[in-house]
Design a protein around this ligand. Structure first.
Ligand SMILES: NC(=O)c1ccc[n+]([C@@H]2O[C@H](COP(=O)([O-])OP(=O)(O)OC[C@H]3O[C@@H](n4cnc5c(N)ncnc54)[C@H](O)[C@@H]3O)[C@@H](O)[C@H]2O)c1
Length: 323
């Protein structure tokens, strides 16, 4: 195997995956519609395209021995902005992929498919998607059931994946670290909700480990399950003067789940190597050294950015549909 196509590779997760796969001597090509970027400057083969532009995508699929499929509208709020568009990108494009590609597929799903449940969940546990995001991801998984595909249900990611790509500040560890720096205070609503956390670079390691294996089906990927309240205290260890404000009022996001990542460990020896403290330090470095000019810019939140560029986005997608 030589050629790896990373679809949606210009995003937060794609940045880490692209670098690691390229360093591992595969030929890498990124295919992305640059929803959040003005440019793609990595020294990597790049195709500007929409996943729904099948004519454009087909020659690149023909080239690829493996496809890493990341392209999606990501996050509950971002997906809710236009459910129809979300469905066409997150779900229908994966159905099309299943019908039109027989090579190796590495697909990113999410632990959000578990919704709110009290016990520790494994890959056989029931699912309970609470958002359009989770629902479309779960449906996409089903299309890949009989393919040579490995599906990773990722926990909530954190940390810095590479030197170029947009950092996402709409992910809980990253948000809390930035708030601790900017406001000196973190407000925690409820705080009893659990989230499985994982460093974005650990995702890249799991992908690399499985480009050429025959493992198929669903695997949870997470480092540890953390209560949001405990995470706030962990962030405070890095900002000792920070105040934690706790209110009993529950947060509108009702997701609450703990997952087991034992299957990935047992089947292909996956163990995360990047800690939550490491991620907090990476974010702390970015903000303390003023490498992000405007921390409040919508650019760092999928939902805020898409909301602001909604018209532009819809027009772009209409163009693709019409072509
Ligand atoms: N970041 C997380 O915490 C997390 C957690 C669970 C699962 N995931 C999954 O990982 C994958 C990557 O997430 P991310 O955090 O990098 O998100 P992201 O929003 O940073 O990246 C998504 C990329 O897909 C591209 N894209 C979107 N629609 C496209 C289209 N129609 N055609 C071509 N490209 C398109 C975007 O331009 C962007 O570069 C997603 O599939 C997501 O569901 C992420």
């Amino acid at each position: 195997m030589k050629n790896v196509l990373i679809v949606g590779g210009a995003g937060y997760v794609g940045g880490a995956i692209t670098d690691l796969i390229q360093q591992s001597n595969y030929n890498v090509r990124v295919y992305d519609a640059l929803l959040y970027e003005d440019s793609f400057r990595k020294p990597v083969d790049f195709i500007y395209g929409d996943v729904r532009d099948h004519e454009k995508l087909i020659p690149h699929l023909k080239w690829a021995d493996a496809v890493v499929w990341l392209a999606a509208i990501v996050g509950d709020g971002a997906c809710q902005l236009n459910p129809e568009l979300t469905k066409s990108i997150n779900q229908d494009s994966v159905a099309w992929l299943a019908d039109n590609y027989d090579g190796r597929i590495v697909f990113m799903s999410t632990c959000s498919v578990y919704g709110a449940q009290n016990s520790e969940l494994n890959e056989t546990s029931s699912t309970n998607p609470l958002s359009i995001y989770a629902e479309t991801k779960l449906n996409a998984e089903k299309f890949l059931k009989h393919k040579n595909a490995i599906i990773f249900r990722l926990g909530t990611l954190f940390g810095v994946g590479d030197l170029y790509s947009r950092i996402r500040l709409d992910l809980v560890v990253n948000i809390l670290t930035v708030r601790a720096f900017v406001e000196g205070q973190i407000s925690v609503f409820g705080g009893d909700q659990f989230r499985p956390l994982l460093h974005v670079k650990d995702v890249a390691r799991a992908v690399l480990m499985n480009l050429e294996t025959e493992h198929k089906g669903v695997y949870n990927l997470a480092r540890q399950n953390v209560r949001i309240m405990d995470l706030a205290y962990q962030v405070r260890m890095h900002f000792p003067d920070m105040v934690i404000e706790h209110t009993d009022m529950p947060f509108q996001d009702t997701r609450n789940y703990r997952v087991s990542a034992k299957k990935a460990e047992e089947v292909f020896g996956f163990k995360s190597i990047h800690s939550v403290d490491e991620g907090i330090e990476e974010l702390k470095f970015l903000v303390e050294t003023k490498r992000i000019k405007d921390l409040k810019s919508p650019r760092y939140s999928n939902q805020a950015y898409l909301k602001e560029h909604y018209e532009e986005l819809i027009n772009k997608f209409k163009e693709v549909e019409a072509a």
